[in-house]
Design a protein around this ligand. Structure first.
Ligand code: FEO
Length: 383
């Protein structure tokens, strides 16, 4: 597919995979984006996932026929983008791999390739004829070897995972409205890149002055029309610029903690507060994570299970911790049968993450009733 005279899309949509990275649901698919820059010399920017070998090679041939690929630029070594490097080298034996020093051992480790690798440094350029590629390191967005390839003549940033999102791309790869992809970009960011907010901020400071007019990420649409919105949204997510609103995330074994969650949500709605309710037993926790990256308050509910936190809720809390999430207003609630522990343990985890406790937590024994559980005790403190 033609992005411009010089830039061609040779990636593909994956509508078969149920769980990206074997953990994140992709009900609307995901794309593995790869690009050719076609000039006197031809550069391929990243490859694709292993399952798409034939489609990938066919897409390349469709764009360049019998011409050869001169350079394979490796921006990122995660196997959703790097799995076909050896295939490319086999098909185009003279192609030079262009990458930075940190990627070199990974290329050997994953693909067994050690020869004809050109190691470039920050800011270095590579001429393809009329067009140039320049390389800027953006370590930990989201692996240490990650870099952006910038084509100044096309004002195009090949940004790797940065500005990526879940969802298959439409024909032509361009979209009119960022709004259609916003939710899946947020969930992608929270799930995959969320731990690295500070390095994303550093990367934004580095690439913003380039005067970008086109972003070609490794997942999701090519961005042209909505660049200020896309860059602004990434800035917001990575700088944790939070909206006033409440994420309620809970797990429930027999429905009692669920009823308490619904009571809190109802109270919040009655008071006009934005509330997002997530049942961690019914949906993947990435959906709740996405809202934690948007809203300033988190309320977590769990029954006591084996004198601890119910495992689906424990996993969610550990996911927050792993991403370095902090500075949220927090309260816990939950049910128990003979010894209530979950609220105490949730509060301890929240304290580790430097959350601000807005309430000591509400728990109740056995079955839910509004007499035992007064949701407004928490809600009144949030207003
Ligand atoms: Fe899409 Fe970090 O790989």
């Amino acid at each position: 597919m033609k992005i411009s005279d010089k830039i061609r899309y040779v990636g593909m949509n994956d509508r078969q995979t149920v769980l990206f990275e074997h953990q994140w649901p992709v009900p609307e698919g995901v794309s593995y984006n790869s690009y050719l820059v076609v000039d006197e010399k031809i550069a391929l920017i990243d490859t694709a996932a292993a399952a798409f070998k034939d489609e990938f090679l066919s897409n390349i041939k469709e764009e360049i026929g019998d011409r050869k690929i001169d350079y394979l630029v490796v921006n990122h070594m995660e196997p959703d983008h790097s799995a076909l490097q050896a295939v490319i080298r086999n098909e185009y034996p003279d192609c030079t791999i262009v990458t930075n020093a940190k990627a070199v051992p990974m290329i050997e480790g994953y693909q067994g390739l050690t020869d004809n690798i050109k190691v470039i440094k920050e800011g270095e350029s590579l001429s393809l004829g009329g067009t140039t590629l320049q390389f800027y390191m953006i370590p930990m967005v989201h692996w240490p070897e990650t870099m952006v390839t910038w084509c100044p003549e096309e004002k195009t940033a090949f940004s790797g995972d940065a500005f990526g999102c879940f969802r298959a791309v439409p024909e032509g790869c361009l979209v009119d409205g960022f709004v259609d992809f916003k939710e899946e970009m947020t969930r992608y960011y929270a799930s995959i890149v969320g731990k690295y907010g500070q390095t994303v901020q550093a990367a934004l400071r580095k690439v913003s002055p380039l005067g970008i007019e086109r972003i070609c990420p490794t997942h999701g649409p090519v961005w042209e029309k909505d660049i200020p919105e896309v860059v602004g949204w990434y800035d917001r997510l990575s700088a944790a610029k939070l909206e006033r609103g409440v994420t309620i995330a809970y797990g429930s074994m027999y429905g009692n903690t669920a009823k308490a969650a619904q009571a809190i949500a109802q109270e919040l709605e009655n008071k006009g507060i934005t509330v997002k309710l997530h049942d961690l037993c019914e949906e993947n926790y990435s959906y709740a994570l996405a809202d934690v990256f948007l809203y300033d308050t988190l309320i977590v509910g769990s029954p006591t299970y084996n004198a601890g936190i119910f495992p689906p809720v424990q996993s969610f809390m550990e996911a927050l911790k792993a991403r370095g999430v902090k500075n949220r207003r927090f309260a816990a609630f939950g049910s128990y049968t003979w010894a209530g522990m979950s609220v105490k343990l949730l509060n301890a985890l929240a304290a580790e993450m430097q959350f601000e406790s807005v309430h000591e937590g509400l728990s109740f024994a056995q079955g839910y009733s509004s007499d035992k559980f007064n949701a407004s005790e928490i809600v009144d403190l949030l207003i």
